[in-house]
Design a protein around this ligand. Structure first.
Ligand code: PLP
Length: 368
């Protein structure tokens, strides 16, 4: 039997699964993880916590993860309480629950591309129709164009990613406000990279008090250096949390996950202490790439989007090389970066300074 013979849903035929390569190479700069492992004190506290709760694993976890949600609300600030916060296994699961509750058959979700590839994948996985809006040439979103797209399509869910993946671009609150005013349905601001934003970049959390249809999603996978824990969360009106309770699986967050996330939050100063180092490394990477004549998008995240790789270079900021060939050339030198987004660009996640030095020499050697 082949895949095509399966009685799979028609709307899933022809789709491709999420597929960032997981290759065992010395320098892995392709999934925007924090390169610094959790500090020893966290490891010790987590080991203690696991020992403490393992004796209770015959019981289901707290279905509503109340203590964890209190801790997450305290971390977010903005006067938020536990009833305005919800958590799941990675923000991908949070997004899936949002689409289960607010999308579905006959409904639509709008995003502005290039953006996070999981938004359309989770959208189609929940039988919601994806509508691809466009970002501007500088990867920003013009508020008037965004409003026009919202008025034209009247989507049930709008995705705004800020800082955006794969481009690194953050959105001014003005764009989010304009979309909120025009949108008939829910507006999701995916802030997976919020902690890396340059000083003064506002969070959509500040809009929550006057926006009952706004959902801000966050994750512990990036700045918090806890990608392996699988913990994502959101802040929204308490009624939104009530809606999500209808679609979440009972006991979806294991006791161990809840403990690990709470220990990580207790150690947040040490974990987030790496963020300044990563931002400085990011800014230096942007400068270095620009110094080599490449085009580089402004980044408020822990990665840098650079190009433009074209068949025939016609001006500054362009290099005549096939992106796949360059990506492979860098990989052959032991450095894995990400081939993602429009075909003229590559994305590199920010690693340690030693890893970034390896990236710079691999790129310099692999460039034509
Ligand atoms: C990495 C990322 C996520 C996080 O996914 P998790 O499931 O929390 O690991 C969410 N949104 C964007 C835009 C991302 O890049």
């Amino acid at each position: 039997m082949t895949f095509d013979d399966l009685p799979i849903r028609e709307d899933l035929r022809g789709l491709t699964p999420y597929g960032a390569p997981q290759l065992d190479v010395p320098v892995q700069l392709n999934t925007n993880e924090n390169p610094y492992p959790p500090p020893d004190a966290l490891v010790a506290d987590l080991a203690d916590a696991v020992r403490r709760v393992t004796g209770t694993l015959n019981r289901y976890p707290d279905r509503d993860a109340v203590e964890l949600r209190k801790d997450l609300a305290a971390y977010l600030g903005h006067g938020l309480g536990a009833d305005q916060v919800w958590a799941a296994n990675g923000s991908n699961e949070v997004l899936q629950q949002i689409l289960q509750a607010f999308g579905g058959p006959g409904r639509t979700a709008l995003g502005f591309e290039p953006s996070y590839s999981m938004h359309p994948i989770i959208t189609s996985g929940t039988s919601t129709r994806w509508i691809a809006g466009a970002r501007d040439d500088d990867f920003g979103i013009d508020p008037a164009r965004a409003v026009q797209a919202v008025r034209e399509h009247r989507p049930d869910v709008v995705f705004l990613t800020s800082p955006n993946n794969p481009t690194g671009t953050a959105l001014p609150l003005e764009v989010i406000r304009a979309v909120l005013d025009a949108a008939p349905g829910m507006v999701v601001v995916d802030e997976a990279y919020a902690e890396f934003a340059r000083t003064g970049t506002p969070s959509a959390l500040s809009l929550l008090p006057r926006s009952p249809r706004l959902i801000v999603t966050r994750t512990m996978s990036k700045a918090f250096a806890m990608a392996g824990t699988r913990l994502g969360y959101l802040a929204a009106d308490p009624a939104v949390v009530d809606a999500l309770l209808l679609v979440r699986l009972p006991y979806h967050l294991s006791t161990l996950t809840q403990e690990a996330a709470r220990v990580a939050l207790a150690h947040r100063e040490a974990l987030l202490g790496t963020v300044d180092t990563l931002r400085a490394e990011r800014d230096a990477t942007v400068e270095w790439l620009r110094g080599r004549g490449l085009t580089v998008a402004d980044s408020d995240a822990n990665f840098v989007f650079f190009g433009r790789f074209v068949e025939k270079a016609t001006g500054p900021g362009e290099v005549a090389v096939d992106r796949r060939t360059l990506w492979q050339g860098i990989l052959d030198r032991g450095v894995l970066i990400r081939e993602v987004g429009p075909p003229e660009w590559l994305r590199v996640s920010i690693g340690t300074s030693a890893e970034m030095a390896a990236f710079r020499s691999a790129l310099a050697e692999a460039m034509p």
